[in-house]
Write a protein that binds this ligand. Structure first.
Ligand SMILES: [Zn+2]
Length: 322
């Protein structure tokens, strides 16, 4: 992507990226990670932001909760800023350019990659965070999206992720998904995707990257996540909580569409959550191949503008009954 094309985003940058340099030292072995132990029994709960450097809502929420000195009533609570090298490069004039420095931080969390000999800014950071992550029982990873579509919880492929999403109860739509062909996300790390292990993780897509509303969603999700994990009492956060959420619905991802050629193009400017009525409807071309919907009422999840070979172009899913 060139700097000029990066500037051509239809979305205004409403959010300001907070200065996180005061958090650099942390109070753990990991820079920019802050951990608070209640002294009472309970899980180690972690909330993370800026896995992608240009996603501002999570940074704003963690900055706020650290400044408010929110502390756990039970267990241990950790806040962390992940891909700081990318985040500090954020420029509101070119807001798409700082997603990562060398590679996507959220595609490197499989054991061969973490244990292997390859090096990058993101791998060094992931390897520094990993010992901390190994002590976490419940993770919430705060993200945002390219398009202004409704917020989504990505619960992973295990029942325990769906159960956790239901306990959190917000936002309204939960997506059951197995991730990307290009590599494992932090929420898919090791035990988080082991159905026999109780430790669990959620990723939440809070809305458009730079929309004010994404910060509201990120705060509400974080607060309800801390309630669901019994880390804080309601009285400790009541003043920040929004109205009781509406009932949830669940979308099962059936398959990702992965870009195979440089000639990939959608047939419409999809933004996500479109429901395509008829099976066999053409949604994209990829070189000589035609991409069609595999079943009736197929929902398009997070169609991407980054259509490079090996990356996820869109995920296909359908609503499932409870
Ligand atoms: Zn993200």
């Amino acid at each position: 992507m060139t700097a000029d094309s990066a500037r051509l985003t239809p979305w205004p940058v409403e959010l300001r990226a907070p200065d996180i340099d005061p958090y650099r030292n942390g109070n753990t072995d990991v820079p920019f990670f802050w951990s608070f132990d209640s002294g009472q029994p309970g899980p180690h709960v972690m909330v993370t932001a800026v896995v992608h450097g240009n996603e501002l809502c999570g940074a704003r929420v963690i900055d706020r909760l650290l400044r408010e000195q929110l502390r756990p009533g039970r267990g241990r609570l950790t806040f962390g800023f992940c891909n700081v090298a990318a985040y500090v490069a954020f420029d509101p004039v070119y807001p798409t350019l700082s997603r990562f420095v060398d590679e996507d931080f959220n595609r490197i969390w499989d054991q061969p990659t973490l244990n292997g000999g390859r090096s990058s800014i993101e791998l060094a950071r992931a390897r520094a965070i990993r010992p901390m992550l190994d002590t976490v029982d419940v993770l919430l990873d705060l993200h945002s999206m390219q398009n202004a579509t409704e917020p989504l919880i990505l619960a992973g492929a295990c029942q325990k992720g769906l159960d956790l999403a239901r306990r959190v109860g917000y936002p309204a739509t939960t997506v059951i998904d197995a991730g990307h062909a290009a590599g494992a996300r932090m929420r898919d790390y090791s035990f988080f995707q082991d159905p026999s292990d109780p430790r669990s993780a959620l990723l939440v897509e809070c809305g458009q990257h730079w929309a004010q509303s994404s910060e509201t969603v990120a705060l509400e999700t974080t607060l309800r996540f801390l309630l669901a994990s019994e880390t804080v009492d309601r009285a400790a956060i009541e003043q920040w909580l929004g109205p009781e959420p509406e009932s949830q619905r669940v979308i099962q991802i059936t398959q990702p569409v992965t870009v195979r050629t440089d000639g990939f193009a959608f047939v419409e400017p999809y933004v996500g959550m479109e429901c395509i009525r008829r099976a066999g409807t053409v949604i994209a071309h990829d070189g000589d191949q035609t991409i069609v919907t595999p079943y009736d009422d197929c929902i398009l999840i997070m169609p991407s503008r980054r259509l490079s070979v090996g990356q996820t172009a869109v995920r296909l899913g359908r609503f499932v009954d409870d």
